[in-house]
Ligand binder design. Sequence first.
Ligand code: C2O
Ligand code: CU
Ligand code: CU
Length: 500
Amino acid sequence: MGIKITLAAAAISILVISGCSNNVKPEKEMDHSTMNHEMEEMDHSTMGEMMEGHMSHDEVVMLNDSTGENELKIPTMLEQDDGEDVVYTVRAQKGKTEIFNGTETETYGYNGSFLGPMLRFEKGDKVKIRTINELDEATTFHWHGLEVPADVDGGPHDALEPGEEKVIEFEVTQEASTLWFHPHPEGKTSEQVYNGLAGLIYIEDDNSKSLGLPSVYGENDIPLIFQDRKFDDKKQLNYSAAKNEDGTIGDTLLVNGTLNPKLTVNKEKVRLRLLNGSNARNFTFKLNTGDSFVQIATDGGFLNEPVTLKEVTLTPSERAEIIVDFSQIDTEKDLALTNEDGSILLPFEVLDQSRAISKIPGVMNDISLTEEEMDLPVTKKIELFGMMDMVTINGKKYDPERIDFTQQQGVMEVWEIYNKPDDMGGMIHPFHIHGTQFKIISRNGEAPPENERGWKDSISIHPDETVKIAIQFNHKGVYMFHCHILEHEDNGMMGQVKVE
Ligand code: C2O
Ligand code: CU
Ligand code: CU
């Protein structure tokens, strides 16, 4: 079901924007029945461009295939500081990283030179984190997807100047999920993330520990942070040179910071925790063999039941946990995770060792939309519009002094988000809300696809699409909502909701 939505929306944008991009076929009348056929005939570059949601722009950047020459790096699990409390130290720092053999690239990282460690929390943990800014510029520490009071959420109001540190405390109250953290300083988020600031958070709970899912970290429970980058001829991440106001995309894929990655697995069920950590590029993940896999979790927790899919699309900041059963796939063939356009993202090497320790239970969670929630009136309307640096929400750009909405703590509301197309068709905006997880009620009036019937904190909104969500905040304070194309966020496609 998710597949259809992607294709239909993408196909619609072909119609609308022809004539503005030199890569698009001449305008043609298409009806729904011919669309899919048209898609098959399209050449590689058009297809790739389309899937990136950048139809309206001349610049198309295809992703290079991973050669698979480097074993995938697995982020280290962050150890707690000594002592009785759950205390972690996370420092934002500069460094040099050997991404390309024999060359040092200047990068940013948390507790290291590039990217960050994985923070593993248990539901119920009272966590203290000492955040330290060792950069030469202001930054913040934002916990994407974490349900915490706004004063520890690390939005643009919480900047730490160079050399400053701050201890934050919160209790982990939400269910098992894969979240992440990244900086959020006003106007500088895209550059700092681009340079390497991003890390993962795993939340575990009694449910996740009892389901019997693959859960050996780095062995059959694999975090995968997908990011595209553009390196200059000195193999540096030159953000100002690479920058695109509409979302910076690059031709070079890094997975967990690994160039040309390969993942070695056993013949068993392997859980892949996919995170689209790119500034702007969309990914549609599939297996090169056409085999299916199952999705078990969305951004904020497990689906009620596993959903069998042949592909899953993630826009920036979205996550999906999927399980690939390597004991059921013909491993004689070359196996890889590929993008929609066929480019190779992650080749697999399958060892002969087979194991059968983990399983995929038929029931994993209990999340549903109640009749009551579905009948609630729409109390907040959000209109996303524009491109490049002319992006707005409800016609306005972010103003730190302006509160756009208020909502009562603990009260469920329905928000309606609409992506208003422009003369050139518009583009997908991944819409994200801080401090909570929400449920999708409908996409253009229809029930969401099965693999979106779980907790979400970011959703793709296609041009001319209207999405209704049921959302409640369990903590107070001022939270951001914004487009997660990071350049759009920095260009002001962001607003604030005050929870009282
Ligand atoms: Cu990933 Cu405002 O956040
Ligand atoms: Cu966030
Ligand atoms: Cu956007």
